[in-house]
Design a protein around this ligand. Structure first.
Ligand code: BMA
Length: 333
């Protein structure tokens, strides 16, 4: 395979650690995981499934914080190096730009996407059940909330970082009110970030792909555009006799018709195996929500939640991930 072009920014101060010599996997974990422990701020019971982006020469993010009353909310945070984070003690207080005040009885699993002139946020928003909340910020200080993208029940809403065929584009996962024992990924588009339609099926969960993604799947970080297609990192769930197991893999989507899947992983890229992924409030969860990717070196740092309790990082190279996907993965078209 020739060199893969990556349409992201240059990140000179990428958080990074070289692959340990004994490691033969495509991804490797940061040796000092977890980078954010459950009690980083006073009110937190747990901090996990979070989203980070490059912000000027530094980094910023939106973090899922379940507090000690066990309500789920999202908080802003800043970092100089992508590893050591300072989180706001208070949840994000959105300035509503909606037609009338919009109920958000809980907020969780944020994603953040730089799109045109601002950072957009999507999250699972409690509005008579889970659906996809949307907001934006320019500075991670003032946050604005706009209309929910979709009807309940839906989760794992993730924006593409540019318009596709002249429309804003989103992946999501229709679901139910509870712990959803099913789930496939769909594509929707919008002319204005408010009205979403032209929904298209993208990919399904299923044993025919492999066991780790047999029960349900959901989009993870903002898709990364490459010359081979959009690199989508997604989580997949297996139902074991001891409950759900969350791993993650990846897929390549067509650049201009992202509902067409070119390849998807057969084997997972990372599954819960380390102590901080296996033991916590919800055992056996590795849940990716963001990725930093340096266009120059192809280095990628994937941020994922461990056991619904802490934030972790895994490293890799986009080119190696795509090579692995093409050799070990399932060719879909
Ligand atoms: C999903 C979401 C995630 C969570 C996972 C495992 O339904 O709630 O936030 O990580 O379950 O509990």
């Amino acid at each position: 395979m020739g060199k893969v072009d990556i349409n992201t920014e240059e990140i000179q101060n990428m958080p990074w650690e070289n692959r340990p010599t004994e490691c033969t996997d495509v991804l490797w974990r940061y040796s000092k995981n977890p980078i954010i422990k459950r009690n980083l701020i006073k009110r937190s019971n747990s901090i996990f499934n979070s989203a980070v982006v490059k912000f000027g020469e530094k980094f910023a993010g939106v973090f899922r914080v379940d507090d000690k009353s066990r309500s789920m909310n999202i908080h802003s945070g800043f970092s100089n190096d992508g590893i050591n984070w300072t989180l706001s003690e208070e949840p994000i207080n959105f300035i509503q730009k909606t037609r009338d005040p919009l109920i958000s009885s809980y907020k969780y699993d944020p994603r953040v996407t730089w799109l045109e002139d601002r950072y957009y946020l999507t999250w699972c928003n409690g509005y008579y059940g889970p659906t996809i909340g949307v907001g934006y910020t320019y500075d991670f200080k003032d946050f604005y909330q706009i209309e929910n993208a979709l009807l309940p029940y839906n989760r794992n809403g993730v924006l593409f970082p540019r318009k596709v065929n002249g429309k804003y584009a989103m992946l999501s996962r229709p679901s139910d009110r509870g712990h959803t024992p099913f789930g496939d990924i769909f594509y929707s588009e919008s002319p204005d970030m408010i009205h979403w339609g032209c929904h298209r099926f993208v990919m399904a969960a299923g044993h025919q792909y492999s066991a780790w993604q047999s029960l349900k799947i959901g989009a993870g970080p903002t898709p990364i555009e490459t010359s081979e297609g959009w690199l989508l990192i997604y989580h997949g769930v297996l139902l074991s006799c001891n409950g759900y197991v969350y791993s993650f893999g990846c897929a390549l989507l067509d650049n201009e018709k992202p509902w067409i899947v070119k390849y998807r992983t057969r084997s997972y890229l990372l599954s819960p195996q380390e102590y901080y992924e296996c033991v916590g409030d919800v055992p056996n969860v590795a849940f990716p929500g963001a990725a930093l990717c340096d266009s120059q070196t192809g280095r990628i740092a994937i941020y994922y939640g461990g056991a619904d309790t802490v934030v972790c990082i895994a490293f890799g190279y986009v080119e190696e991930i795509i090579e692995y996907l093409k050799s070990d993965g399932i060719k879909m078209v």
